[in-house]
Ligand binder design. Structure first.
Ligand SMILES: [Zn+2]
Ligand SMILES: [Zn+2]
Length: 255
């Protein structure tokens, strides 16, 4: 089950008026932001917080034609398998369109129409966890639909809607941190090595403020690089061997 972030936990503004209650729905409608979601959201949960705060601000300021009393969604699911409490369970949402809000709860998935558009497994898990939460605490029924079902909108976007249409399956397989996958593809570099990855390392060392590479070519892994790598390893508190393996790549890439 996803970790649930309370309204106090994300610094929600209080609703501008008392919200209408609801005891059960036919199910849940899934939404996307409809705007740009930065690609680096996958590596930075703070982006999720910024987006949720921005959406609440926009909804309450009238960004969706008339001002909402609160963020329009009941829950928000993020790509780190966390759930933000919006209006929460037991409250009528404002996001599904006129006449449609008492029938389904509204869950926002933090994907957009540009940038981060393809939900990762952690986000799909979070959406399903949000649905389970609304069933447990808010009397949500079995249906999982997209915003565009019954309302003219592109929401929740092609990839997410395809998943909804496929029956919203729980992703299978052990969940893998996408950065771990990237890391595993990077080679181990040592003195004398050449190639594109050496060039990458060279420039990452410079970006990490290593001053020992002035006038040093980025074509081969030299002793100057080795000294830089050792300094970096020492500063990071990892094994000091002058070889760029997974732990050192992680430091170089600031992960
Ligand atoms: Zn929507
Ligand atoms: Zn997140």
């Amino acid at each position: 089950m996803a970790q649930v972030i309370s309204r106090a936990g994300w610094g929600a503004r209080p609703a501008s008026r008392r919200l209408d209650r609801i005891t059960k729905t036919r199910g849940v409608k899934v939404h996307y932001t409809g705007g740009h979601v930065p690609l680096d959201i996958v590596d930075d949960h703070r982006r999720c917080l910024e987006l949720v705060l921005g959406i609440q601000r926009m909804h309450m300021a009238g960004g969706r034609e008339q001002p909402y009393s609160d963020i329009g969604y009941n829950l928000v699911a993020c790509p780190h398998r966390r759930i933000f409490v919006g209006r929460g369970p037991g409250v009528i949402p404002a996001a599904n369109g006129p006449g449609l809000n008492s029938q389904h709860y509204a869950v926002l998935a933090l994907v957009g129409s540009s940038g981060f558009t393809e939900p990762n497994d952690e986000l799909l898990h979070a959406v399903l966890d949000a649905v389970a939460y609304l069933r447990e605490h808010g009397g949500a029924g079995r249906e999982i639909r997209g915003h565009r079902d019954g309302y003219a909108t592109s929401c929740p976007g092609g990839p997410l809607y395809a998943w909804v249409r496929a029956g919203a399956p729980r992703p299978t397989g052990k969940s893998v941190d996408p950065m771990e996958v990237i890391m595993r593809k990077l080679p181990v570099l040592k003195l004398g090595d050449k190639g594109w990855d050496v060039k990458t390392m060279h420039h990452l060392l410079i970006a990490r403020d290593y001053a020992g590479l002035a006038g040093v070519s980025d074509v081969a892994f030299t002793e100057a690089h080795e000294r830089g790598v050792e300094g970096l390893q020492r500063a990071a508190g990892i094994a000091v061997d002058g070889v760029v393996g997974p732990d050192t790549w992680r430091v170089l890439l600031r992960l």
